[in-house]
Every structure is written in C-alpha cells, then in structure tokens.
Design a protein around this ligand. Sequence first.
Ligand SMILES: *Cc1c(COP(=O)(O)O)cnc(C)c1O
Length: 221
Amino acid sequence: MDIEERLNEVLASLPEGVELVAVSKFHPEDDILRAYRQGQRVFGESREQELSRKYASLPKDIRWHFIGHLQTNKVKYIAPFISLIEAVDSLKLMKEINRQGEKCGRVIDILLELHLAQEDTKSGLTLDECRSLLADGEWRQMANVRICGLMMMASFTDDENQIRREMLAAAAFFEEVKAKYFADAEYFNRRSWGMSDDYEIALKCNSNTIRVGTRIFGPRQ
Ligand SMILES: *Cc1c(COP(=O)(O)O)cnc(C)c1O
C-alpha cells in the first residue's frame, strides 16, 4: 500500500468528529504533499527546525500541530504560524507562548500534556501538577494563550488494558477540568490521544484527535 491508500484507510476508520493529525516528522516534504493532495490539511511535527523548514516550503493552508517537547527558546520561531501546540507541560512554557503570541498579535491555541504513562521518560504534567497549574490561575491573565484541551501518550506496551486505563483516566480528567474551569468555553473540547498502534483503543476512550505517523507514512528514517 502507498501513502494515499494508507491515509484513506485511516480516515475511513474514524467516526465523525474525530480529527486526524498526520504526523509527518522525519518524512520528506514530498510525502506530505501526497497526503495534502488527498485532502489532508492537519500535520504534526516535533522539531522546531524541521517544522519551520516545512512550513516555509509547503502550502499555507496546512494547519501545523507541534506535538513534541517544545523548548522555551524555540517558541518564537513557530509562534507566527502554529495552529496548535499540543504538548505544553509547564507554566514557564505557557508564559513564553503568551509572550510570543502577544508579539505577533495572535492568540495561540495549546493543549496541556498529561503524564499518565508508566515510563519516566514521557513528559507531561501529572494530574496533580495539572490541577495546581489550573488552580493557581495565572493562566487566566494570559490573553494570548487559549487552553483548548488535553493531550497524552499512553505507555508503550502490548497490554491493551493498561493503555485503556491510561486513556480513560485522561478522558475522566478532561471532564473534571471542563466542569471546573471551562464549562462555558466551547473551545475547550480537544482530547488528543491515540497513535498508530493504539488509536483504535483511543477512539473508544473518548479521543477526538488522533496523531498518526507510521501507519500513514511508514517507518521513520
Ligand atoms: C511521533 C509521535 C506520534 C506518531 O507516532 P506513530 O507511532 O508514528 O503514529 C504521535 N504523537 C507524538 C507525541 C509523537 O511524538
């Protein structure tokens, strides 16, 4: 199968209301264009330089999601064009996004990244860290940042029950945060979990944004 067929296969398996982020990191511009010609407009990248290069050369109606760990000193490069910064895991990073958003006259959409996986290597906020970040309230003063939902990566394991447990914990936490802080905010609606190996599980755990790379573009070099 080629990129076009694999993309269509993934798209055909998605219920209405679920957005596919085609994760194109490490894949060349030509591969992105193949998906683009099939109608795909949302792509995910995890390194600033690679994203900036691709942004410069590819069609401007692509909506880029930054899905990796973002260093504060890199925010300024993507602030003018990024559509969604998915993996925000500190107040410090939020403040810098707000500062850069103000500089370029944009309100930048972000997701808070939760750490629910077993591995220590995964980044993100524990539920309690996320609770205190929101309770602290400093984010309310950030006019150029908009918190649009939550993102997480499940453990890398064959144990589907564990993956499901982690994703259901994220889904429940989304409801908690929504009720407490964003009950009237329509824009707080994104639940980003599910990748190539676990997005079918994610769809049963209330995800509405899946980030799929390998399943579409093949293995990364
Ligand atoms: C690379 C990456 C993905 C896509 O992973 P695949 O297994 O290739 O689908 C999704 N989310 C994040 C945060 C990633 O870094």
